[in-house]
Write a new protein. Structure first.
Length: 87
């Protein structure tokens, strides 16, 4: 993982673009717990999107009741994020 929290420059935190769907995604294994996140563009906080796809918006909460493999999918057109696999 990354050496520190909230590090958009960390290689392990980078999403990958699907050339067909044009959606960005990453799949990670997370232990049970409470999390918050945002989408940071170009490895910086200069442009970031939070809850509701809002620029500089509030953090997006994620609560996992058990260890999970979660896929985060980001739509650059709407700036919305979806999560699959969260339990």
């Amino acid at each position: 993982g990354c050496g520190e929290d909230w590090a958009p420059w960390c290689d392990e935190a980078q999403l990958t673009l699907d050339g067909t769907t044009k959606l960005w995604s990453i799949t990670v294994d997370l232990p049970a717990g409470e999390y918050e996140y945002k989408i940071a563009i170009n490895r910086s906080w200069d442009e970031n999107y939070g809850a509701g796809g809002l620029k500089d918006g509030p953090n997006i909460p994620l609560a996992l009741t058990k260890d999970s493999t979660v896929t985060f999918t980001y739509d650059n057109a709407t700036h919305l994020v979806t999560e699959t696999g969260a339990q």
